[in-house]
Design a protein. Sequence first.
Length: 265
Amino acid sequence: MSDSLPSYAIRLQALHEALEDDFRQIVRHLPDQSLRAIDVGCGDGFFTKLLSEVQAEVTGIDNSDAYLKEARKKSGAVGNIRFVNADVCDLPFDDGSVDVVWSAHSMHSYPDIRKALREFRRVARPGGLLAVLESDNIHSVMLSSPPDLELAIRQAEHREIGDEDSYIGTYFPRFAMQLFAEAGFTGFRREQCLITRFGPAAEALSKFVELYLKDLLERTEKLLSDKMCRRLGSLADPRSPEFLPHKRDFAFSSLQTLMLGRASE
Ligand SMILES: C[S@@+](CC[C@H](N)C(=O)[O-])C[C@H]1O[C@@H](n2cnc3c(N)ncnc32)[C@H](O)[C@@H]1O
């Protein structure tokens, strides 16, 4: 249990603000609606709120008190939402009592992904839906950066990513089919949603890209040359003429993968 927001919270919030309508469309696309849903790893409740627009009732679950406080504040008076502090591997629900299990952008945060998926299977009713939304690290954000800089950054980023566990979490869509089956989910289906924006970015997206590039620089600067660091710093600096989101030919894409499975009968 942590009592302060993680360092990525501001960046994630900026992403939500920039792409809210796209994420809403993804949630509205779920095949099962008007049911009892849980949003595991709910963070600030962004997806809990979107789910509450299409489900009968939603419980947001997280093990961070700071995030739950934020989630309660943001969801305000929405009547069919509640939030509970619990661990992903010990959900406070009876066996087979949940219609829809949702988890977004959290796999890399869970300490044991296989155990989490088995817990999702335990609480899902037979035939119930598991819906996991993730990007993978290579395609989570694609920008119109100069190619030589992009290649250097990506090489550095992937050297920095680390061991096999984070590899599965960071590239979850590539492992999902097998992991869903191992946990007892059948009928695996995957949908890929490419979210794009072109031309000088609106304020919310500019903010997200600035924070994203600054985080990238922080994570990779030890592995990049001084020149590459300076160039990346300029792309991320709103006062620089090189600030990427303000460029006329700016392009942003994010590949989101929605993975669906059904709890075996
Ligand atoms: C990257 S955030 C995503 C939050 C939210 N789903 C979203 O898309 O904005 C990952 C979330 O998983 C939560 N989390 C990490 N480990 C957890 C655990 N063991 N049990 C429950 N929640 C956990 C974190 O507190 C955080 O809120």
